[in-house]
Design a protein around this ligand. Structure first.
Ligand code: FAD
Ligand code: FES
Length: 241
């Protein structure tokens, strides 16, 4: 973990409520599935956001405006700086030996899968991605995943774009492993719908974000785990579902 000051180099809307922010500076070497914790003026608790992409001190995050903290982020401009804790959490396991991974993201669970897809494709894996949203105006990053070389399916709950329904209506049956991130009901449905092994990233509410307060502790088959420290990625077989 490192506390660092990063400079904003981009902060642009991708949809009416979802923004992409690019930041540059001195960070840890970040892995897919890790997160950063961002300090915002006047707020006691930092706000955790997943690493969407990372390359040599250049970090991309994608965030949805849901409250005061993310609203403050959306109003920041290029050249402004943020105090950020980087290198948090365990990240996805890239060494599971799968050949045809399936990446499943719902809403703001989509961003961490981008860096993951890039790394898996660089390792020669055949990557399929299912991106789930409520409606057409919320869809983002379909083209970005396609440009990486992934096979991409988009689902919308109201059928206004892509496949009508939920991510579980569009799973690639030839996949041999899955990686997921999204709201808990989506993760539970995916857990029930898949027979292959996999792992899921949880976006639990957090206190400190680095293992000190126990505020994010949850029970698993392999003991209590702090989502911020031993997670946010947990293996399917550890979950008490
Ligand atoms: C490990 C991790 C990674 C995350 N990655 C991303 C990401 O890549 N992009 C992104 O947009 N968001 C992500 N989140 C969620 C993000 O941290 C919250 O949306 C953010 O902290 C909200 O701050 P706020 O001040 O805008 O809202 P607040 O004023 O704190 O809350 C506004 C509303 O959002 C709800 N809320 C806040 N945090 C969460 C949460 N973690 N889960 C469910 N509901 C919540 C509150 O209950 C409230 O209803 C992540 C969370 C975690 C723990
Ligand atoms: S948020 Fe404090 S231990 Fe996880």
């Amino acid at each position: 973990m490192k506390q660092t000051i990063l400079k904003i180099t981009e902060n642009t809307p991708l949809t009416p409520s979802v923004f992409r922010m690019r930041l540059e500076g001195d960070t840890d070497d970040l892995r897919p599935g890790q997160f950063v914790n961002i300090k915002l003026e006047g707020l006691f608790l930092r706000r955790p956001i997943s690493v969407c992409d990372y390359d040599d001190g250049r970090l991309t995050v994608i965030y949805k405006v849901v409250g005061h903290g993310t609203e403050l982020m959306s109003r920041m401009g290029i050249g402004e700086t943020l105090d950020v804790l980087t290198g948090l959490g365990n990240g996805y396991d890239l060494d599971v030996g799968c050949q045809r991974p399936l990446l499943v993201g719902g809403g703001v669970g989509v961003p961490p899968l981008y860096y993951l897809a890039r790394e898996l494709i660089a390792r020669g894996r055949r990557v399929s991605v299912v991106l789930g949203f409520n409606t057409a105006s919320e869809v983002f990053y379909e083209d970005e995943f396609k440009k990486l070389g992934a096979s991409v399916t988009v689902t919308t709950a109201d059928g206004s774009y892509g496949v009508r329904g939920f991510v579980t209506d569009a799973l690639d049956e030839n996949a041999d492993y899955f990686y997921a991130c999204g709201p808990e009901p989506m993760l539970k449905a995916l857990h029930r719908a898949t027979e292959i092994p996999g792992e899921m990233s949880f976006e639990e509410r957090m206190g400190c974000g680095f293992g000190a307060c126990m505020g994010c502790s949850c029970k698993t088959l392999t003991g209590n785990k702090r989502i911020c420290r031993e997670g946010p990625v947990l293996k399917k077989e550890e979950l008490l579902w």
